[in-house]
Write a protein that binds this ligand. Structure first.
Ligand SMILES: NC(=O)c1ccc[n+]([C@@H]2O[C@H](COP(=O)([O-])OP(=O)(O)OC[C@H]3O[C@@H](n4cnc5c(N)ncnc54)[C@H](O)[C@@H]3O)[C@@H](O)[C@H]2O)c1
Length: 425
């Protein structure tokens, strides 16, 4: 199947790089978003999210006139839906964005079109939710138009490279749909393109993220055990991983982002009677910020009035994404316990948290602190030289929750050094 025009619905972390990559690969792309601020920014040459290289890519795509930004879909050969799939407070999937994106396509759908859902979705979403909405057009999925599910599996910070190089799975509602999806994505994908059913592709994405969540949950439980038994969990994991069939991930203050901390709930919701391991892992990871706060209380005693410098707020290193971030939860819980927290997020210095002083730089953050806590292993935070900051802070205690700092160097610089998952017995 040949494609000349693609309409990408949702211009966030996934949709914008995808739209721009299609455009710079020669297709005519209409990028659509409902957020008018985003439309305005993009139309004026500004990119609203941080992702290395994205600014230049969007600029190039717009300059070639292959990328047009719009608040409404238009007729196209293919439609790609890349809207959020968050969960509600009760952890049930919120598919309202997928539904409204699908509805917005209906008036423009024509015979021979392809519609691809990229948003991470619960099993059967493509068949049970997307297809019935699209068929309100009067056309029949399968015979009149193709429908496929193709999850995005890129790593934030590496999105532009991984979009092209990663293997991509494309699940069709029938074989022709899967093949049409393959024909579309081979425009720029250099990795292997695997075709399968739509529901298998939905499961693949959820299984990948759930696997990581369960693995991190066990790492977090190992950290708690190591803390109890006088073991250094970082050393123990490193040694265990020398085993050729063991690959334990790192513990930390919890699991965040709007993928790994969210997607496993889609499986729990879809089949609560057979997902006890997945459910328990979510509970373990969601309770990790409490474990971190407990440790801070053990170090400092009563927290009321204690000054804490919190370094990093994003959900993982070297990104500006704060969604579901456990670091923010730790900071909020420290405040609730009466601590006076000054926080620094190098990728979002204008972010606000109630009752927290947000610092613009490192020096401001640590100046009056009693304790410095490292919550995100950002490269620039990992590289802090304790000898350079020792005279800039009152703090003589550090707590590293991410295994970012060399304890010997910090001790030599005069800091009492605590690490998550490490205890002296
Ligand atoms: N961010 C990641 O690293 C990542 C990785 C893999 C998969 N995913 C999945 O990709 C999907 C999109 O994630 P994201 O990070 O790009 O989200 P995002 O919040 O960054 O962007 C989504 C965009 O969609 C827009 N939108 C919402 N409803 C719309 C509608 N009806 N019509 C047009 N635009 C609409 C929003 O305004 C927003 O700009 C999610 O399902 C997510 O789980 C994300």
């Amino acid at each position: 199947m040949e494609f000349n025009t693609v309409c990408v619905i949702g211009l966030g972390y996934i949709g914008l790089p995808t739209a721009s990559t299609f455009a710079t690969s020669g297709l005519k792309v209409i990028g659509v978003d409902v957020n008018l601020t985003i439309i305005d920014l993009l139309q004026n040459g500004h990119v609203h999210i941080y992702e290395p290289g994205l600014g230049q890519l969007v600029e190039k795509a717009i300059q070639t006139r292959n990328l047009i930004i719009s608040s409404r879909p238009v007729q196209a050969d293919a439609f790609i839906i890349a809207v959020p799939t968050p969960f509600y407070g009760d952890k049930k999937a919120d598919l309202s964005f997928v539904k409204s994106a699908a509805e917005s396509i209906v008036p423009f759908l024509q015979k021979g079109n392809l519609v691809v859902l990229e948003s991470t979705s619960p099993p059967l979403t493509t068949i049970d939710i997307l297809v019935p909405i699209l068929e309100r057009s009067g056309l029949t999925a399968g015979s009149d138009f193709s429908v496929a599910y193709s999850p995005e599996r890129v790593l934030p910070g590496q999105i532009l490279r991984e979009l092209i190089e990663n293997a991509r799975v494309i699940g069709g509602i029938d074989q022709a749909s899967a093949q049409a999806g393959k024909d579309l994505y081979k425009t720029f994908v250099k990795g292997e393109i695997i075709t399968t059913t739509a529901t298998t592709a939905e499961m693949v994405k959820l299984m990948e993220n759930t696997y990581r969540d369960v693995n991190i949950a066990i790492a977090n439980e190992f950290a708690r055990l190591a803390d109890r038994f006088g073991v250094d969990v970082w050393e123990a994991i490193q040694i265990a991983n020398l085993h050729p069939r063991v690959n334990i991930l790192n513990p930390g203050p919890g699991v965040g982002g709007h993928c790994i901390s969210v997607d496993p709930w889609f499986l729990v919701e879809a089949a609560p009677d057979i997902t006890s391991l997945i459910y328990t892992s979510r509970i373990v990871n969601d309770s990790q910020p409490d474990f971190v706060v407990l440790k801070v209380k053990e170090i400092l005693g009563e927290l009321a009035g204690k000054k804490i410098a919190a370094l990093g707020l994003s959900y993982k290193p070297d990104v500006d994404d704060l969604r579901e971030s456990p670091a923010i939860e730790v900071v909020e819980k420290l405040c609730q316990a009466g601590a006076l927290v000054t926080a620094f997020e190098p990728y979002k210095t204008d972010f606000m948290i109630k009752h927290v002083t947000m610092a613009k730089n490192l020096d401001e953050t640590i100046r009056d602190a009693d304790l410095i806590i490292l919550l995100v292993n950002h490269t620039q935070l990992k590289r802090i030289d304790p000898f350079q900051i020792v005279d800039k802070t009152k703090a003589r205690i550090i707590f590293d929750t991410v295994g970012g700092w060399n304890p010997e160097i910090w001790k030599n610089a005069g800091f009492a050094t605590y690490r998550l998952g490490v205890s002296e017995r």
